[in-house]
Write a protein that binds this ligand. Structure first.
Ligand code: OGA
Ligand code: MN
Length: 283
């Protein structure tokens, strides 16, 4: 029997009693419902091959190809949907992306016009300490924003930067820049309505090189700083402490996530998929 146990924090639930290797239609519907309701789901003690991970992810929709790894490799041979998040080196070459450093608050791939709606991260090897991943609710961020700040957000659009990933690495094929006015990226409404829940949330993407379209740079920076000061609040967040066999799936349309650093001599290997969004973000 599938059981959904809310974390008690602003978002997130653990789902028990499910083997993601074999999910029937009724179970899928229950998982989908829980995901829309709780924004982030944790499934423990899973035993998934890459094909199992891809098959389960596809229940939610077509998959996006993974971003190019920092080592320039496009993807895992034969599996372009798989993104490897790892600090492990093999013969001196990184097997994945994002190293062992801190990853700052972000939502995945929102520098695209049509960002993925969901990401799934599956833990194959985890360090003894560190490397925890926190999630924050952008519904709660919007709902708790003071009225005067909400009013200043009305009708605004924001550029989500495509220059750097959350680890601060330059993306493949992009020229380094720290000018938020000219950096590459996609423009989305600052406040979006979730197509499945109908709820409104703040849509910030990531801080670096973000730009509020049409505002003078100083005004854009000042308002973004105020919004980020509000959002970076443990009361809006829940932290996942990884165990091998954990699968966490999150909704990129109404959450952000960040990761603590960990000891670079320890091994951490995670496999990720990303599910295409059917609709671009709308106000
Ligand atoms: C990601 C990501 C966090 C982590 O895969 O999108 O941000 O804990 N990873 O590795
Ligand atoms: Mn991410």
């Amino acid at each position: 029997m599938l059981e959904v146990i809310p974390t008690g924090a602003a978002l997130g639930a653990q789902v028990r009693g499910v083997e993601l290797r074999s999910v029937d239609d009724a179970t899928f519907i229950a998982i989908h419902r829980a995901w829309v309701d709780h924004q982030v789901l944790l499934f423990r003690d899973q035993a998934l091959s890459d094909d199992d991970l891809i098959t389960f992810s596809r229940r939610f929709g077509a998959l996006d190809w993974a971003p190019v790894q920092e080592n320039g490799r496009r993807f895992v041979e034969g599996k372009p949907e798989l993104y490897i998040v790892s600090n492990v080196l093999e013969n001196g070459v990184a097997i994945g992306s994002l190293g062992a450093g801190e990853l700052v608050w972000h939502t995945d791939m929102s520098y695209l016009e049509d960002p993925p709606k969901a990401s799934m991260l599956y833990a194959l090897e985890v360090p003894a300490a560190g490397g925890n991943t926190s999630f924050c609710s952008m519904y709660a961020a919007w709902e708790t924003l003071r009225t005067s700040l909400k009013a200043r957000c009305a009708g605004l659009r924001i550029k989500h930067d495509g220059t750097y990933n959350s680890g601060g690495y330059l993306r493949e094929g992009v020229t380094a820049t720290d000018d938020p006015r000219s950096s590459p990226g996609a423009i989305h409404p600052l406040v979006c309505r979730h197509p499945e829940s109908g709820r409104q949330g703040l849509y910030l993407g990531r801080r670096r090189n973000a730009n509020l379209v049409g505002l003078p740079l100083e005004e854009s920076e000042a308002l973004l700083d105020e919004l980020w000061a509000h959002v970076d609040d443990p009361a809006l967040a829940w932290t996942q402490m990884w165990q091998v066999g954990d699968l966490v799936m999150w909704d990129n349309r109404c959450t952000m996530h960040k990761r603590d650093e960990f000891d670079g001599s320890a091994r951490r290997i995670m496999h990720r998929t990303q599910v295409k969004g059917e609709a671009r973000p709308v106000a």
